[in-house]
Design a protein around this ligand. Structure first.
Ligand code: HEM
Length: 415
């Protein structure tokens, strides 16, 4: 056992989940290696949580219907539900309408309504649109002496795409940055300060009012966008989606569009630039963009973990997880499991096969995966062909202080 591994004790792990640690933001992998090798199914009693990290166990939890999303589906009917303060109710109400936090049948209904927006046909239609945005942003980078790849490119591209898909007018896009960041903090679930509570409630009220208004506009004058499509579906079948569910679905898609693909593009570029010649290799063989995207998803997973609740006593890896207990599955660790991936700590842009869990698996498999993959491929191909000599500045990597979403706050480059 290495020295580094012995430094993790249960108190240290609990502290990691309870508070930020700069070390973990910079490099969570020694900790993941410890989990994989020493504590693959770990019970953190004081946090009523299990941490599951091996590829096989993570897949099992995500696929097994005994692990659910809604607490009320996990515990006996007569069990009291955790109470929510009056001021937090709007936030709770919004999250309860996200398909991500629902089980069937509500999950199936909510997911079914927007799934057509991510079909291969829609992706074909979006290709030239995304390419145009990537070219436009690359032009903007070319005019700067030391562009920040995140602000100028990786963040902006997915935000424009998702806002267009939903039908958010371009002049309103800037509003969404702070709202989306507020929800990213809720999902991380670490900060509980009064300031955070106040910001989240404000963001929820503002974004709900915004979408209520936009939905009303589209009801009277429909356009070619997702909100108009959802309204048309609602007219055909009146119980299909309530207004609150429609607002929540728009917010979920916007948050997903803001907080994830930016990290895929940013992480992939930094990894490519860390190895001399890798970007040039991609510009010579653009077909490698598809496997490079998969490898970046595996190696630095933009979403590091997710959670479920056991609805019965279940045995995983020789330990018994009891009904009603929470399970944190570590996607970022599972994607570095040597039992699944040869040389898991080597970044190899041609790796195949590469059946990673960056988009999870099972009923909640990322709905936006085809869009994220397409955006990632076009983004990398465009950068490789426009700036084959791009390099990192000497600055240290500037990781976001977030244990759920792994990505860079800034990434200055030289072209
Ligand atoms: C690289 C980018 C992305 C990554 C790594 C990612 C990752 C994930 C993961 C891990 C989940 C499953 C969570 C769980 O099972 O608990 C998920 C679900 C989801 N993602 Fe993504 N995502 C990405 C991009 C997107 C985009 C661009 C969209 C849409 C605009 C999107 C929409 C969704 C939705 C709606 C769900 C919920 C699906 C369900 O509950 O059935 N994602 N994503």
């Amino acid at each position: 056992m290495s020295k580094q591994q012995t430094s993790f004790d249960k108190a240290g792990i609990a502290a990691w989940f309870a508070a930020y640690s700069d070390d973990m933001h910079r490099d969570p992998y020694p900790f993941y290696r410890y989990l994989l090798e020493q504590e693959p199914v770990l019970h953190l009693e004081e946090r009523w949580t299990w941490i599951v990290s091996r590829f096989e166990d993570v897949s099992r939890v995500l696929k097994d219907p005994l692990f659910v999303r809604e607490y009320r589906n996990a515990v006996p009917e007569n069990q009291e539900m955790p109470s929510v303060s009056a001021e937090w109710k709007p936030v709770d109400g919004m999250l309860n309408n996200w398909m991500l936090f629902r089980d069937a049948p509500a999950h199936t209904r909510l997911r079914g309504l927007v799934s057509h927006a991510f079909t291969p046909r829609t992706m074909e239609r979006l290709k030239p649109v995304i390419q145009e945005i990537a070219d436009f942003l690359a032009d903007g980078m070319a005019e700067q002496s030391r562009p920040d790849l995140i602000a100028s490119y990786a963040f902006t591209l997915p935000v424009i795409v998702i806002a267009d898909l939903l039908g958010v007018p371009s002049e309103d896009r800037a509003l969404f940055r702070n709202w989306s960041h507020a929800f990213a903090k809720v999902l991380e679930g670490v900060d509980q300060s009064p300031q955070y509570v106040e910001q989240t409630i404000r963001a929820t009220n503002e974004i709900s009012a915004y979408f209520k208004d936009l939905i009303a506009q589209r009801r009277t004058s429909p356009r070619e966008d997702m909100i108009s499509d959802l309204l048309a579906a609602q007219e055909e079948q009146s119980d299909v989606l309530t207004e609150q569910e429609m607002i929540a679905t728009c917010v979920l898609l916007l948050v997903a569009g803001h907080e994830t693909t930016v990290n895929l593009i940013g992480n992939a570029v930094r990894l490519l630039l860390s190895e001399p010649g890798e970007l040039a290799r991609l510009s010579e063989r653009p077909k490698l963009a598809a496997t490079a995207v998969e490898e970046a998803l595996r190696y630095e997973s933009p979403v590091q973990m997710t959670g479920r609740i056991a609805s019965a006593d279940v045995e995983i890896g020789g330990r018994t997880i009891r009904r009603g207990q929470f399970v944190q599955v570590m996607l970022g660790a599972a994607n570095r499991d040597a039992a699944q991936f040869a040389e898991p700590d080597r970044f190899d842009i041609a790796r195949q096969p590469n059946r990673h869990l960056a988009f999870a698996t099972g009923a909640h498999f990322c709905l936006g995966a085809p869009l994220a993959r397409l955006e990632g491929e076009i983004a990398l191909r465009t950068l490789a062909s426009r700036f084959p000599n791009m390099r990192l500045t000497d600055d240290k990597p500037d990781w976001q202080p977030n244990i759920l979403f792994r990505g860079h706050r800034t990434l200055p480059v030289l072209l």
